[in-house]
Unconditional design. Structure first.
Length: 340
């Protein structure tokens, strides 16, 4: 089964062809990072204009690279929520038109579901699993298990305020680093010391809170500047890495203790983070309830940030779960910007 997938929820225009939910025949990503850099963040109106310019060439390239014709395609998948409304609309309208004109059923896909299922590319995932989605807008923890042949994703917890990627980007801005800040902080931290030793936020259950960490660092930087003391970007980067990675690690450790967990899946842009990858490999030293080693999976870099391959894979599992049967031929699917 071949799925042609579209992703335009933020500032990446991406089109992919996915075979049987596993094999990525093509995955073309056109990113606008360089355009939005000078504004210090994504400008929604500019993003949607660029999607309009990019979508046709990206689609053409993805189809060519996959060696498929439109009549080889069984389904068209498209991100319809959450994201920037103007950006979402470009992908959705393009996919709808293509679907209608060629009589290929349309599958709307939740972008965060896409991030979750990016872990299933190139991997035979052993369930039950814990999935952590850490991106620019989300910090969500899921328990994923199989029931009656269906894959269930239960949201265990989420951030009550800022997302992890957002925290990286905001601190980067304070330090005068370019957008997106995550990769810069990741690099700088290698030569830094954890001088701030920030305390863990107290949040019950599986939820997270990162805005206090941001305030703490902002106050520290302002105080140092007021006193005329030098501020080491490397040390702040290292301190931020340590607190964030430890908070995420601890919540997952709790889940491993409380639940039957065979695999840890990490997805979203922040899953590219070096310290996160290093620290999370420690989970492999923990044994499952069946006395086997816990597996830890990070997606390949091209599937960490926004891409259409993950949308095609999520659509495949949605279909398998039969959750969208009624929607397949409907063209009244809307773009919805909010996360729910
Ligand atoms: P969402 O998926 O929630 O709608 P998004 O699609 O904008 O948000 P992604 O593209 O998945 O998010 O991820 C982008 C985020 O990942 C940015 O905040 C960026 O700073 C962060 N990021 C990328 N690489 C790293 C890294 N090495 N370390 C930390 N953060 C990183
Ligand atoms: Fe994303
Ligand atoms: Mg992005």
């Amino acid at each position: 089964m071949k799925i042609l997938a579209f992703e335009t929820s933020c500032d990446e225009t991406s089109v992919a062809v996915v075979e049987d939910g596993k094999k990525i025949l093509s995955n073309i990503i056109s990113t606008q990072i360089n355009i939005h850099k000078e504004f210090g963040g994504v400008v929604p109106e500019i993003a949607s204009r660029h999607h309009i310019e990019n979508i046709l060439p990206v689609f053409t390239e993805a189809l060519e690279k996959s060696n498929c014709q439109l009549n080889d395609i069984d389904y068209i998948a498209v991100t319809n929520t959450p994201g920037l409304i103007g950006s979402l609309l470009v992908g959705l309208m393009f996919a709808k038109s293509l679907s209608y004109a060629n009589n290929i059923p349309l599958l709307p896909v939740n972008h965060i579901n896409g991030h979750i299922f990016s872990s299933f590319i190139d991997n035979d995932v052993k369930l039950p699993a814990i999935s952590l989605v850490v991106s620019g807008g989300h910090t969500n923890l899921y328990y994923i298990y199989e029931e009656n042949g269906k894959i269930i994703t239960d949201l265990l917890g989420e951030t009550l305020d800022d997302a992890v990627g957002e925290t990286y980007d905001k601190i980067a801005r304070i330090l005068g680093l370019e957008y997106p800040g995550g990769p810069h902080i990741d690099k700088l931290s290698v030569n830094g010391e954890d001088v701030l030793k920030i305390k863990k936020p107290k949040v019950d259950g599986y939820n997270f809170s990162f805005s206090g960490i941001k305030t703490f660092i902002t106050n520290y930087v302002n105080n140092q500047k007021m006193k005329g003391n030098p501020v080491s970007k490397e040390d702040i980067a290292k301190s931020l890495q340590e607190i964030i990675v430890n908070v995420l690690y601890d919540k997952i450790l709790t889940a491993i203790k409380e639940k039957d967990v065979k695999t840890i899946l990490v997805a979203g842009g922040v899953s590219a983070n070096r310290r996160l990858r290093e620290k999370f490999s420690e989970f492999k030293n923990i044994k499952t309830d069946q006395n086997e080693q816990i597996e830890v999976h990070f997606p390949k870099m091209e599937y960490c940030t926004d891409n259409a391959a993950m949308i095609g894979v999520a659509a495949y599992y949605d279909l398998k779960n039969n959750s969208q049967v009624e929607q397949r031929k409907q063209y009244d699917v809307d773009a919805i910007s909010t996360k729910n």
